[in-house]
Design a protein around this ligand. Structure first.
Ligand code: HEC
Ligand code: HEC
Length: 327
């Protein structure tokens, strides 16, 4: 008996030691750096169509996290990120050669947006990766970044560097990691097929599942539909005034899903204009997605009908109740 205890003790002790060493390693090294990647040779031709399409994607993605108060992509403090992750700042992605991305090649941008890894091998946690965005749409984003549009004009301001918490550093060694660069061409969805168009718009362009699934971290970026609680909602986010806001259950579950309460037209209005059927306004971080077409948002609605129903009753406290409770 004594012997067993001794052995168990020794095993536990060495496990703790290994764990301790790993934590010390994480604390010292911070976010891991990878081998310098093989950057693909890509040269994006600027066409008016691409710039226009890139602008739509930028409005629902890049602008959300990189635009300052003047609507320029100089980067900003990301107040909606819960405090456990530290103080996070995005970066200047204007055409400025020193502070922005003026010196990045098209290939470097594509590689980074797919994988999260920069040309020097450093990894950017929190910045979303876009493994399923069609090659053509990625090119459109890059065409827009290179265009004469106001938000991307060279500006030399820059936010301070992020102060990542230990939790974020630990996550960058475990759950938040670089994605592999796709080996094959990623095609646009068939726009005549609402289910395909809806899945693409929601998962590959809109990143809707990233906020509307069951867990902010336990997600499968390459196969979003395998994410925990896919479209069942329940992630607690931080609103504009620091109040908690819980993401909605977008599945068609009879009792707890919200989608069945909406007609397709009402759903389109909510997503594009940020207004619910009863007239109430959707709060940040649910931003109106004006640039998406009615066809695209209607297709998301059709796609959500096919998603496995999740029973998850989201009780949203009104801002007044929350304020009263915090007093
Ligand atoms: C959810 C917020 C978020 C969204 C959406 C987002 N980014 Fe970022 N991005 C960040 C953060 C945070 C960083 C900084 C990461 C770091 O400090 O390592 C970053 C870094 C970058 C960088 C690296 C800049 C540098 O100097 O190292 C580029 C390029 C970039 N983003 C481009 C984009 C583009 C293009 C889009 C739209 C398709 C986009 N981002 C959407 C949050 C976001
Ligand atoms: C950055 C996180 C985030 C992203 C991305 C996001 N949502 Fe939301 N969404 C929220 C939050 C938070 C709420 C709750 C807002 C509130 O209660 O005021 C919400 C609410 C909604 C609602 C209203 C639900 C209700 O209570 O009636 C709909 C519909 C919706 N989202 C659809 C979408 C669609 C479609 C997409 C993708 C195109 C999307 N959302 C992307 C965070 C997000």
């Amino acid at each position: 008996m004594k012997r067993i205890l001794k052995i168990t003790g020794a095993v536990l002790g060495s496990l703790l030691l290994v764990l301790g060493l790993f934590c010390a390693y994480v604390a010292i090294t911070g976010v891991p750096t990878y081998d310098q990647p093989n950057i693909p040779k890509i040269s994006v031709e600027l066409t008016p169509e691409r710039v226009a399409r890139g602008e739509v994607i930028a409005q629902i993605q890049c602008m959300e996290c990189h635009a300052d108060k003047n609507n320029r992509l100089t980067g900003k403090y990301m107040s909606e990120v819960p405090a456990v992750f530290g103080k996070l700042y995005s970066k200047n992605i204007t055409q400025d050669k020193e502070k922005g991305i003026g010196n990045w090649t098209d290939g470097e941008l594509v590689y980074f947006l797919r994988t999260g890894v920069r040309r020097d091998g450093t990894f950017a946690p929190v910045m979303p990766q876009f493994p399923n965005m069609a090659d053509e749409d990625l090119k459109s984003v890059i065409a827009w970044l290179r265009s004469d549009r106001f938000p991307v004009q060279a500006t030399s301001e820059e936010p301070q560097a992020s102060e990542l918490s230990f939790v974020s550093k630990l996550l960058s060694h475990t759950l938040m990691k670089p994605l592999p660069y796709p080996q094959t061409f990623v095609a646009m969805p068939d726009s005549a097929d609402p289910i395909a168009l809806g899945k693409y718009t929601a998962d590959a362009i809109g990143d809707c599942y990233a906020c509307h699934s069951g867990d902010m971290l336990d997600q499968d970026k390459v196969h979003p539909e395998q994410s925990k609680g896919y479209y069942g909602g329940g992630i607690e986010m931080v609103g504009e005034n620091g109040e908690p806001i819980i993401t909605a259950n977008l599945t068609f579950d009879e009792e707890t899903g919200i989608a069945r309460k909406y007609t397709k037209e009402q759903f389109i209005k909510a997503v594009k204009m940020g207004v619910r059927p009863d007239g109430s306004i959707l709060r940040q971080p649910m931003a109106p997605k004006i640039g998406l077409t009615d066809q695209e948002v209607g297709a998301i609605y059709e796609y959500l009908k096919t998603v496995p129903k999740v029973k998850n009753n989201i009780v949203q406290k009104s801002a007044e109740v929350q304020l009263a409770e915090n007093k």
